[in-house]
Design a protein around this ligand. Structure first.
Ligand SMILES: *Cc1c(COP(=O)(O)O)cnc(C)c1O
Length: 370
């Protein structure tokens, strides 16, 4: 395991315990409140529930140790992404997005930014390594992209963007900071849907923005405060609890994903396996340089839609669901949403089940396709 990550995780787990006084609870209290005691001239850490909350502070504190950056939390991954756009784009700006990344980010840009005079441009994730960035205000990228797991070189992209005067925003949802640290590679801002592996229990939506530049984060916090795109205290509390097991879950999930990728790649019922850890992945060399783990998601292509649907049905341990990063292994055929992928392409999100139990189930399900 990565020594740096070990240190960071240990610090995150003890972030709160270091400042406790006798009698205080070890986990953070859940502060369900909209108001605070506020006599006389307004003062004190908390004044109104749309502006701040002690349970948000607990989660933001833990996340900022993990990200090694300042953090603002939001009620979903999309709320975090929208806050970055609203705080840093104005009429006349050019925004560059991946055409093969998370669909809703493109939809937000086209439906709500374009009509306000922001020019929305797109290219494939690998093309971020080649495209001319001059005149671009904000480069938004996902690597590996969801759902096709395409990769681009974050350090090189950040250098080129800096030279062009563009901000680099990385959606790190597929990796978490344990698998990849875009801020260390030169990105200005990271956004993450904590809905996925960060919370990891498929029971909450939440997102966060991280940056080491407070001038970039301050207007994002203001957007939250004024517009009210705020997380519920209970959701923040649940994600704080989820984070406590992140390293254990992520370690198991990545290890299993790597083993399944190798075994599935050699299976006669399978056309191809897409996983950044496989030597045949076109982005494998970049992945080795910029990622500490190869992630928890596999693209598995079967001959056709029928075989893919039958595989998911025949498995006892794979739940049919959209989303990823939870304790339960889940899968879906992405063409059902109209993604530009083969009809038989399954996005397989590897969960926390014991590795060999999962492999046994999967190989039995594959046998039913014969
Ligand atoms: C899920 C996801 C989001 C959006 O997160 P929500 O919490 O569902 O709003 C954004 N980016 C990526 C890459 C995702 O997978």
């Amino acid at each position: 395991m990565d020594f740096h990550n070990d240190e960071v995780i240990a610090r995150m787990l003890h972030y709160r315990t270091g400042s406790l006084t006798p009698g205080q609870p070890i986990p953070p209290p859940l502060s369900m409140t909209s108001i605070y005691h506020l006599p006389g001239a307004p003062s004190g850490d908390h004044q109104y529930g749309r502006w701040s909350n002690p349970t948000w502070d607990a989660l933001e504190g833990a996340l900022s140790v993990l990200e090694e950056a300042e953090v603002a939390i939001f009620p979903s991954g999309m709320a975090a992404i929208a806050a970055v756009f609203m705080a840093h784009l104005k009429s006349g700006d050019r925004l560059l997005l991946p055409d093969d990344g998370y669909y809703t980010t493109r939809a937000v840009a086209e439906k709500y930014l374009q009509p306000h005079g922001i020019q929305v441009e797109q290219c494939s994730t690998p093309d971020f390594d080649r495209i001319d960035l001059s005149g671009i205000r904000l480069v938004f990228v996902e690597t590996p992209s969801n759902p096709t797991l395409e990769i681009c070189d974050l350090a090189a992209l950040s250098r080129r963007a800096k030279a062009a005067g563009a901000l680099v925003v990385v959606d790190n949802t597929t990796m978490t900071p344990l698998g990849q640290r875009p801020l260390n590679l030169g990105a200005d801002i990271v956004v993450t849907a904590d809905t996925k592996a960060m919370n990891g229990h498929s029971d909450v939506l939440l997102g966060h923005v991280a940056s080491r530049d407070n001038q970039l984060l301050a207007p994002i916090r203001d957007w939250r405060k004024f517009v009210g795109a705020i997380p519920g205290p209970f959701e923040a509390w649940l994600v704080h609890r989820g984070l406590e097991t992140l390293e254990v879950r992520y370690e198991r999930m990545c290890t299993t994903a790597g083993l399944l990728a190798e075994r599935l790649a050699g299976h006669p019922a399978i056309r191809s396996v897409t996983y950044p850890g496989l030597a045949g992945h076109p982005g494998h060399e970049i992945a080795r340089r910029q990622m500490t783990r190869f992630g928890t998601i596999l693209g598995v292509t079967l001959a056709d839609a029928g075989s893919a649907d039958r595989l998911i049905e025949a498995s006892r341990l794979i739940v049919p669901a959209t989303s990823f990063g939870g304790t339960h292994t889940s899968a879906e055929r992405r063409a059902r949403w109209g993604d530009k992928v083969p009809e038989g392409y399954i996005r397989l999100s590897v969960g926390c089940e014991p590795t060999e139990a999962l492999w046994k189930d999967l190989s039995r399900a594959l046998d039913t396709l014969k």
